[in-house]
Ligand binder design. Structure first.
Ligand code: GCU
Length: 422
């Protein structure tokens, strides 16, 4: 009995000690004794306090960005632009006449290697430059809508022409329609630009294919420890698509909104942090390595993600397996890199693997930067109840239900975009 009391007393004193350590102190979970201390957004590595946009932009932002680049997602070790644009299809009478559909190949070449990115574009059938959502899809452009004119992409390795494969590809046509709310998007005056993320880098632990191999030095067979994993490669792909969108007369390049779900939500955040041309970023259920605070260790942890998906991040990130507290950053700082541009973080109530509360807290902490710009961040302190969206410069909602993208999510993104663009 005495032993038990002594043990509880020791635990109590331990927690008190941890709580006294800093001002951004959080407890991960009611029943969890693990406390964590977030690195401070507004204190530079040398201890300087940041209080103006200039101080933020001139050095604090850069030191945080470069830390994420070298230790988490990986730097892109060179430059490569598309050499050719091939227009495959242009139809002014798509989706029953209300949309323009365009399909385009962006062709990248280096030595004997090439990568082809096949874009599917739907735009409102109007004579104005449209704002667009730019988003990767998981299962091919033809999974996004039932439109029979969507070209089915066949990668070189996957050039199987037998009937069985043709049939299975056809079966996926429109298979992911419920995630895309395409009619809502078009009816609200927005376009959608999408591409299968495997076009840029196939999602497998193999660095011999995809865009990586086009930027290797002589004799190199995999990225160096601080170089790009697949998420960084996918983010790079978004920027190359942006290069093309800037030349597309039907699109307003000042209103390109990045959207991504799950691993592609992680990608959207990193792409938005890297490329300032994106004017808004939406991450849907992005979780570990996306919007969720890593130090909470709730749901998916760094060790889990690096074990199950060893190719997503830079090799350096593996140094932080079971070692989150030695990171000089946490994911609230990734969201902060997007400021002052509007950013939206969305969670789902049953998606405990992505740690909804951790996603919320990161969005809340990132709001400090928006305040420096004289903007309102998220505007709330506690995780809101389900289906109650908040649309400051930082948007947030906790949708009821599972890890997914639904019409409810899209409705919020369109309202958010309208609020900031119109
Ligand atoms: C896995 C992974 C997540 C990721 C998700 C997805 O669940 O652990 O980190 O977000 O896949 O991309 O679908």
């Amino acid at each position: 009995m005495v032993k038990k009391i002594l043990l509880s007393l020791t635990c109590f004193i331990f927690i008190l000690k941890l709580s006294a350590q800093g001002n951004i102190e959080n407890k991960a979970n009611e029943n969890d004794l693990i406390s964590y201390k977030l690195p401070k957004l507004l204190i530079s590595n040398s201890g300087k306090k940041i209080s103006t946009p200039r101080e933020w932009e001139n050095f604090r932002r850069e030191e945080i960005y470069s830390y994420f680049a070298n230790n988490i997602y990986g730097i892109v070790p060179g430059e490569l632009n598309f050499q050719e644009v091939e227009v495959l299809d242009f139809d002014k009478n798509a989706l029953g006449g209300k949309a323009i559909r365009k399909q385009v190949n962006l062709i990248f070449k280096k030595g004997k290697k090439s990568v082809i990115m096949t874009l599917l574009i739907y735009l409102p059938n109007k004579k104005i430059k449209s704002p667009v959502f730019l988003a990767y899809n998981f299962e091919g452009n033809h999974s996004v809508n039932n439109d029979p004119s969507i070209i089915i992409y066949r990668s070189k390795e996957n050039e199987l022409t037998d009937e069985k494969h043709e049939e299975s590809r056809e079966n996926k046509r429109g298979g992911r329609e419920s995630r895309w709310a395409l009619n809502k998007i078009i009816d609200s005056g927005y376009g959608l630009v999408t591409i299968d993320y495997n076009n840029v880098d196939p999602d497998k632990n193999d660095f011999s294919d995809g865009i990586h191999s086009l930027l290797y030095n002589f004799g190199q067979i995999k990225p160096a420890k601080n170089e790009w994993g697949s998420i960084s490669a996918w983010a790079w792909g978004m920027s190359r698509i942006m290069d093309y969108l800037e030349t597309e007369e039907l699109i307003d390049p000042k209103k390109v909104i990045l959207f991504g779900h799950s691993r592609l939500g992680k990608t959207a955040l990193w792409a938005g942090a890297t490329d300032l041309r994106f004017s808004m970023v939406i991450s849907n259920n992005s979780g570990c390595g996306g919007a969720a605070i890593s130090r909470r260790r709730i749901g998916e942890k760094i060790l889990d993600i690096n074990t199950n998906f060893p190719h997503w991040f830079a090799k350096n990130f593996h140094n932080f397996n079971e070692n989150e507290s030695s990171l000089k950053v946490d994911q609230h700082m990734l969201i902060a890199l997007i400021a002052p541009r509007p950013v939206y973080v969305a969670s789902a109530s049953d998606d405990s693997w992505a740690d909804p509360e951790g996603e919320f807290l990161a969005a809340k902490e990132a709001s400090l930067i928006y305040n420096i710009y004289g903007k309102k961040g998220i505007g709330i302190d506690k995780l809101p109840s389900t289906n109650t969206p908040f649309h400051g410069s930082v948007g947030y909602h906790l949708r009821e239900g599972k890890h997914d993208v639904t019409d409810f999510d899209w409705e919020q993104y369109i309202i958010f975009a309208n609020k900031h663009f119109r």
